[in-house]
Design a protein around this ligand. Structure first.
Ligand code: AMP
Length: 144
């Protein structure tokens, strides 16, 4: 299955939760809680992707700068070299990227535009459904 099919099955409108580089870590925390997500894209006023900031970056920030971290801009903690995928990539290849690179979010880019984000939660949900489908087919085969 491809990333495109997974994004469609999520019923995504294509909207990706994003914050500006100057957003404070405290404001970011509000966004992550409000949307129940673990990471946000960082984009400038033109919509250009500048980085990705996840809960883990916030934890690293606090470990380094203490509670003052909350008033610092996310641009100070985000990852700038973001690994992305294409809608035509397979879920298996995205899963492999997440496993080998040890992160849980992969933005999806098409024609230079951000069209979605795949999280490890999406991948796990897909794998569970796939396993259940296979088990059902096997049960039907055995009882037929
Ligand atoms: P995560 O496991 O996704 O919460 O992120 C763990 C670390 O990897 C954080 O420093 C993130 O900023 C970084 N990270 C997450 N996703 C990506 C990605 N697609 N490309 C590059 N770095 C990422």
């Amino acid at each position: 299955m491809t990333v495109r099919v997974l994004l469609k099955s999520k019923g995504d409108s294509g909207e990706v939760i994003s914050v500006a580089p100057e957003t404070t870590v405290e404001e970011l925390a509000g966004v992550l809680v409000r949307y129940r997500i673990g990471a946000a894209m960082v984009r400038d006023s033109q919509g250009i992707v500048k980085g990705l900031i996840s809960e883990r970056d916030v934890i690293h920030g606090i470990a380094e700068h203490g509670k003052g971290t909350t008033q610092l801009p996310v641009s100070q903690f985000m990852t700038k070299e973001v690994v992305t995928c294409s809608p035509d990539d397979t879920i298996d290849s995205v899963m492999e990227t997440m496993t080998t690179r040890r992160f849980r979010h992969v933005p999806v880019m098409e024609g230079g535009s951000l069209v979605g984000v795949i999280s490890i939660g999406d991948v796990v949900k897909y794998r569970i459904e796939q396993t259940e489908r296979e088990a059902q087919h096997l049960r039907e085969y055995i009882t037929a």
